[in-house]
Design a protein around this ligand. Sequence first.
Ligand code: FES
Length: 144
Amino acid sequence: MSHVVVVVCHGCCCGTARKHPDVDHDAHLNRLEQAIQRCGQGSVRVSECLNQCSESNLIQVRRSRSEHGRSRREILWFGRVLDDDQVEDLADWVEQGCAGDPPEALVPHLFGPSAVRYRSDLFLGSDPIAGSSAQEREGRVENG
Ligand code: FES
């Protein structure tokens, strides 16, 4: 089982009725705290701002787990988490120690470096360097 820290942003933009008046922020925080208790491994922290306000509401999941015999730390950033269903999916995953891939419904909400691992839509296509021939890379291709 992995160790999990859930960071819930409640700052100038996230977790505020001013910006998201239709969201029950306290209920979401309570549900995630309940999930961590059920998980038995980890904690919930509240942040004032994670400097990604455009992605409000923001929740960060930090997990460390064993992969191929090595301990691996990972930080997953979930943005625009506003719906009860999204929080419920996240809480269910937290209860399971955030094992495996994030819930499918939340994958589109991933952003930042670790998102590339889970979001196929972020794949940028073939590498312009690796996809070219040695001649093209060296500028030895003649036109015409
Ligand atoms: S208030 Fe949440 S990222 Fe700034």
